[in-house]
Design a protein around this ligand. Structure first.
Ligand code: HEC
Length: 145
């Protein structure tokens, strides 16, 4: 009986391991999300540059804020290899700094959403620069060229 239970547990563990291994590659997941976020941010900049309706920028700014909150979890241990990643080892060796950089993006994007909601076009222009700076600051320390 004991032996059967033990074998059952081993089989369960093996199946779980397999399920994880079969899931989407975490490197692909985060790179896809980053591409989507990049397109979202480009769209925000284009609307602001064209003096479009900044109120429409609240939702995409919030999406960036939400993605920023997910970012630390998109770099699980072990995902430094096994794909075409440009993440530097510092993502894992300085996880606190990386989380802080993601939080800065979240804060700046959240503020952008507020300014957009208020229809403050000048504020939006200035805040877009801070969001861009938050992207650049993290890339400088945590992404390979
Ligand atoms: C907290 C750190 C951090 C922040 C903030 C950040 N990035 Fe990145 N970004 C990375 C890292 C690390 C990679 C490399 C990921 C990989 O290749 O596994 C990356 C990769 C990318 C890529 C390439 C994705 C691909 O297809 O390989 C794009 C595009 C990108 N970031 C855009 C942005 C934009 C736009 C912002 C701001 C709105 C931003 N990032 C903010 C860390 C960050």
């Amino acid at each position: 009986m004991r032996k059967v239970l033990f074998l059952g547990a081993v089989a369960l563990l093996a199946t779980n391991g397999l399920a994880l291994a079969d899931g989407p590659n975490p490197i692909e997941i985060r790179q896809t999300g980053l591409d989507l976020m990049s397109g979202t941010f480009a769209g925000i900049r284009a609307v602001a540059a064209a003096k479009g309706d900044v109120k429409t920028l609240e939702a995409p700014a919030k999406a960036i804020q939400r993605f920023a909150a997910l970012m630390p979890g998109l770099f699980p241990k072990g995902s430094d290899t096994g794909g075409n990643t440009k993440a530097l080892p510092a993502v894992w060796s300085d996880a606190a700094g990386f989380a802080k950089a993601a939080a800065t993006l979240g804060e700046t994007a959240g503020k952008l959403a507020e300014l957009a909601k208020a229809g403050d076009a000048e504020g939006v222009d200035a805040q877009i620069k801070l969001v861009g700076a938050a992207c650049g600051a993290c890339h400088k320390d945590y992404r390979a060229k």
